[in-house]
Design a protein around this ligand. Structure first.
Ligand code: GLY
Length: 338
């Protein structure tokens, strides 16, 4: 892992924010260049993405005399890089930050593209800013110690990216998740990142094309938020990427019924979900809450309207699709009947 970029900063101006669970991780122990810098170790879960944690990070930066020429290095998964990026982007009107993602989910999505933020009033990422890290340092060796559920969660975001690309999707479908080959996975990670980079470069502020990267997330976020609202513990089945897979299935179902997308990707993804991810656990009584959450989604341009990205075919996203309540219910019927 190259830390060349650190030479651009005074040593006294570099702070580290890291996930406490990595304190004895071999990859952290190998990062000797950082061991003398101040480190704020955070206990990380979805509740960590709060204003209280942001103030904790700001206090840490103040306590260490970080000026506007400072650097925050964020080491962890997507929750940590989202909140670290947000704290850095707002501290003294913005200091530099670097992401070192340690989970597949963060490598694929959260650590690049400049979206930072926190959850507020139970709504995911409802407060935040766009602020690019000066660098994202990828080191797939972090993946070798990752629990299988975390790999599956990251793979959920890879599947989303794959559905936006005719070449990538069949390659992801062929990847053998039962025997993770790190080299093949590294190649796929870079392909997903190239796809994301192309989209973000064309529309960094998500005014149009970038909304394609929200495929699966309108339904997915609502399912994920129900877990937060209900306070269920994360048992691996509700990691973000699992919710994205469920959301992809609901939104592919609507892609078929509303836009005439071929059924094959829906069938392939449904099979994959049943084999690896299990069924979503929502009850019918959750429906109203799910629909209300989708109506409040920050991606909507009008209140009380559900807005989704769908696909006409693999590689052909169609943004700004308005979904009626009947259509949303039909998609949930499909998903919950599997
Ligand atoms: N997570 C989707 C995006 O970065 O736009």
């Amino acid at each position: 892992m190259s830390l060349e970029v650190l030479h651009q900063y005074e040593k006294s101006q570099i702070c580290v924010l890291a996930d406490k669970s990595l304190i004895r991780h071999p990859q952290w122990l190998a990062l000797e260049a950082l061991h003398e810098q101040p480190v704020l170790w955070l206990d990380v879960n979805e509740q960590t993405k709060s204003l209280e944690t942001v103030t904790q990070i700001w206090d840490f930066l103040f306590a260490n005399g970080i000026t506007r020429r400072g650097l925050l290095i964020c080491i962890g998964g997507g929750v940590l890089t989202d909140i670290g990026g947000f704290a850095a982007a707002t501290y003294k009107r913005g200091i530099d930050y670097i992401n070192i993602p340690t989970t597949l989910l963060a490598m694929i999505d959260a650590s690049s593209g400049g979206k930072t933020g926190i959850n507020y009033h139970g709504l995911k990422n409802s407060i935040g800013v766009f602020a690019d890290p000066v660098q994202t340092i990828l080191c797939p060796e972090w993946l070798t110690t990752l629990p299988v559920q975390q790999i599956l969660s990251g793979f959920g975001e890879m599947l989303k990216t794959g559905l936006l690309d005719e070449t990538l999707f069949p390659e992801l479908m062929q990847y053998d998740l039962d025997h993770m080959d790190i080299n093949a996975m590294t190649t796929l990670i870079h392909q997903c990142l190239d796809k994301k980079r192309t989209i973000v470069a064309a529309d960094p502020r998500e005014e149009g094309l970038r909304k394609a990267l929200n495929l699966g997330h309108t339904f997915g976020h609502a399912l994920e938020e129900i877990q937060m609202v209900n306070g269920q513990s994360s048992n691996g089945k509700w990691l973000h990427g699992y919710a994205v897979v469920y959301g992809l299935i609901a939104e592919l179902y609507l892609s078929v019924t509303k836009l005439g997308c071929p059924r094959e990707p829906l069938q392939q993804l449904t099979q994959m979900m049943l084999h690896y991810y299990g069924k979503p656990q929502c009850k019918c009584s959750d429906r109203e809450q799910l629909i209300a959450l989708m109506q409040q989604d920050k991606k909507n341009e009008r209140t009380a309207q559900i807005n989704c990205t769908l696909i006409r075919a693999v590689g052909s996203p169609v943004i700004n699709q308005v979904i009626t309540m009947d259509e949303a219910n039909e998609a949930f019927d499909y998903l919950f009947s599997l």
